[in-house]
Write a protein that binds this ligand. Structure first.
Ligand code: AKB
Length: 313
């Protein structure tokens, strides 16, 4: 049975990932950690510890005392926040990652951390972006993600740490809202569709980005961590995606359930510039071939589920 320690437990991915991991591996075998403590099932339904990922010593001690064999490092600032606070982003995103990798090296832990479509830049091929390609991002978040990918590869080749990772697209969920991302509009739109019947998008018409529904993202993490190491040619990180759409397409999908839904635009230049530097669509063939990645939800099935689940909240 695995013993998994997770950082950033109360974030968008962490909070749902922990619930799923506790169902699979047992609540006592999944240690949730975060810099803050809130009234959350993650805090209440299993072991929880306060942890600032910049505190390397405490991270090591918690992992050791828990008897962890796996580290899932989720704590990070997202793209728009990182662009507003670049130095903090560098220190936190890279400092936290190095500490988590070091803990994993010292204690022999299997390791996961997410990269992102943000690891690509304007010179990357924009359509069907290959697994191995040009990565010259122009955002601090992207610089962090490329550096992180390289660092994870380094820890694998140099020290034999079993590092694994995926490049997540925008993740959409009805449980925990994201914060500070460029793709967040694709979550907000569902909340506003139900509450107000209209939404003003900060991302412009015609801007395509990859997206994925959270259940598929969680399954991807679990499948990659369970995958046979000898089959993995890549380590950090695999392209994964479920769909690519622009704002008008998500609005059209919502109108199948809320016919009068109105979409207007008030473009935020900062987040638009970030979105413009990212691919329109990425190619997930390597993930499919090396560990059987498969997404279940497309835009319409995700919309139906999102609206039904949010309506019950
Ligand atoms: C963001 O928008 O910053 C994230 C991401 C794609 O990494 N959702």
């Amino acid at each position: 049975m695995k013993k998994i320690m997770i950082t950033g437990a109360l974030g968008q991915i962490g909070s749902e990932l922990i619930t799923k991991l506790r169902e699979i591996y047992g609540a006592d075998n999944v240690l949730a950690t975060d810099i803050r403590k809130t009234d959350s099932p993650v805090v209440e339904n299993g072991p929880f510890e306060l942890l600032d990922v910049m505190d390397a010593e405490r991270m090591h001690t918690l992992a050791k005392d828990f008897g962890a064999d796996t580290m899932m490092h989720m704590a990070a600032l997202l793209s728009a926040t990182a662009e507003a606070k670049p130095l903090l982003a560098w220190n936190l995103n890279m400092g936290g990652l190095v500490n988590a990798l070091e803990t994993s090296r010292e204690l022999g832990l299997q390791f996961f951390t997410p990269s992102s479509i943000g690891a690509f830049g304007p010179s990357t091929p924009k359509k069907n972006t290959p697994q191995d390609t040009l990565q010259r991002p122009t955002t601090m978040y992207g610089v962090n993600k490329v550096s992180g990918e390289l660092l994870c590869d380094y820890y694998f080749h140099k020290f034999g740490v079993d590092t694994r990772g995926v490049r997540f697209p925008g993740l959409i969920s009805y449980v925990t809202p994201p914060g500070g991302g460029t793709t967040d509009y694709a979550v907000d739109i569902y909340y506003k569709a139900l509450a107000d019947g209209k939404y003003t998008s900060y991302i412009d018409q015609g801007t395509y980005m990859d997206m994925m529904y959270m259940p598929d993202a969680l399954q991807a993490i679990i499948d990659l961590m369970e995958a046979d190491a000898s089959k993995l040619e890549h380590r950090n990180a695999f392209n994964v995606t479920a769909m690519s759409f622009e704002p008008e397409q998500i609005a059209a999908s919502i109108r199948k359930h809320i016919p009068g839904f109105e979409l207007s635009y008030d473009v935020d230049p900062v987040r638009q510039a970030i979105a413009n530097s990212w691919p329109d669509s990425i190619d997930a063939t390597a993930a499919k071939d090396e560990w059987g990645f498969k997404a279940q939800y497309d835009l319409d099935s995700m919309t139906a589920d999102m609206l039904a689940k949010l309506a019950k909240k």
